[in-house]
Design a protein around this ligand. Sequence first.
Ligand SMILES: Nc1ncnc2c1ncn2[C@@H]1O[C@H](COP(=O)(O)OP(=O)(O)OP(=O)(O)O)[C@@H](O)[C@H]1O
Ligand SMILES: [Mg+2]
Length: 319
Amino acid sequence: MSTSAPAFEAEGLTKRFGETVALKGIDLAARPGTVLGVLGPNGAGKTTAVRILATLLRADGGRATVGGLDVVRHAERVRRMIGLTGQYASVDEDLTGTENLVLIGELLDLRRKDAKARADALLAEFGLAEAAGRRVKTYSGGMRRRLDLAASMVGRPSVIYLDEPTTGLDPAKRDDVWNMVRAQVADGVTVLLTTQYLEEADALADEISVIDHGKVIAHGTPAELKSVAGGQTILVRPTDPARLEETGAILSAVAGRRAESPGRGVITVPVDGDAAFTEVVGRLAAAGIGVTELSLRLPSLDEVFFTLTGSHTTEEEAA
Ligand SMILES: Nc1ncnc2c1ncn2[C@@H]1O[C@H](COP(=O)(O)OP(=O)(O)OP(=O)(O)O)[C@@H](O)[C@H]1O
Ligand SMILES: [Mg+2]
């Protein structure tokens, strides 16, 4: 593991909005050229932490640095190092793709000619060359997200914050965004990615900080986090959905932990070894419960989250 200084770092950040304590002392950091996934449910404090790291909001306590520079004392210099794609689109609907990016370039003190060249290059890189001259209001959701990402790259940032960059996108568009993020990282950019999607954190992040109610409740690589939920998980889908509860009782009894239903018609439980699997098979057979699915597998990150917090991150998406 590299010993280089973190590309960004937050230590003990606290933030309160009136009665709401949004952050209760959060630590986040990423090594240069890596992706830190910040995973948490609605209201966990993800956007608040990003806004502090992006100099847009002041913490009540703690400190944050980007490239070793304090985000409050050196806000101006920090802004030159970062790119931000917010949770809500930040581009102007009435301008074209090109106009949006040129405008941002000019705000960053690029000369018009250079701003135009940068805009053209980014539009091409993000697959928007053909739509460059169209107003953004005619763009699809996926095109907007790509433009948003391009907008955060105009100033050639070394650190980018992506706040839920794929929420609401269909899987193909999500893949496009993931590939763009990977391309940036391959160029040496450091990424802070907030997400509610475990799959996304798993796909992109080198390390993940799981946050809930303003606190980091777990940190590690995706594989490390998966190991906290126990070694493996048994999943059963009884042929007769009416027997789900009965199936759950069997799983709970064998595993010594409460079985949970992560989606319609299936029930899962973490187990410590494959002996439990054999026993479940025997008990299901003895009870005359037929199954259409029965597996032993590594836990998903959603199960990890459930193990850590007792709640799920998001509703299971319909398959
Ligand atoms: N400007 C604000 N004024 C009052 N409360 C706020 C403000 N911003 C955030 N909060 C509250 O702080 C908490 C954390 O909000 P935050 O937006 O950081 O969560 P989040 O993890 O980004 O959630 P989501 O996944 O829904 O975007 C929430 O309870 C939210 O209602
Ligand atoms: Mg948010």
